[in-house]
Design a protein around this ligand. Structure first.
Ligand SMILES: [Zn+2]
Length: 182
């Protein structure tokens, strides 16, 4: 059984993330992360969840996400976010990895991406390389960052508001699909 580290993006006290259409990224990311944790635990996967403004030592007084993950013995790291754009017509799902190297993070990203796109009928924006993102670069296990949908797009925002469970369950199926391919 994979041990799963779940990192809902942003911080309840210090950073709400993107805000649009009367919803906040920090709340949606946490709701999806908590549902994912419950689902995975029910089917026997140990999980740890941490949402914190301190990604790698920059915010004193908040737990360090990368250090906690690296010390947790987790096999995979999943960060959950919502996307946002000035252009309100931008929509869809994308999953970010440190490098497009064909490794386990890429397998995991593809499995999660296809499950979300198919089950929620999302625009498929693909798997993208983001070596600049701390949580992908500084974590020592296969790591992905899921940009679930655009909070700035009305149709996507509606799904983020009312279909939390489906996002979580799609990520869960992506994890179990990927495990078979590892
Ligand atoms: Zn974010």
């Amino acid at each position: 059984m994979l041990k799963i580290f779940i990192n809902p993006g942003h911080d309840m006290d210090l950073d709400p993330g993107a805000c649009a259409n009367n919803i906040r990224e920090v709340d949606i990311a946490l709701a999806i992360g908590e549902k994912l944790k419950r689902t995975m635990e029910v089917i026997g996967y140990p999980c740890q969840l941490l949402q914190s403004d301190n990604l790698n030592g920059e915010t004193k007084g908040k737990p360090n996400v990368c250090a906690t993950a690296n010390n947790s013995g987790a096999d995979i790291f999943i960060s959950i976010h919502c996307n946002s754009a000035a252009n309100a017509s931008a929509k869809g799902t994308e999953t970010l990895v440190y490098a497009l190297d064909g490794g386990k993070s890429n397998i995991l990203a593809k499995c999660i991406q296809v499950q979300i796109v198919n089950s929620l009928n999302m625009v498929d924006r693909g798997i993208k390389e983001r070596p600049d993102l701390c949580v992908l670069r500084e974590t020592s296990m296969p790591a992905v960052l899921v940009e679930t949908a655009f909070i700035s797009n009305q149709e996507d925002a509606y799904k983020l508001m009312y279909r939390i469970e489906e996002f979580a369950n799609a990520i869960a199926r992506g994890i179990t699909d990927a495990e078979k391919l590892f």
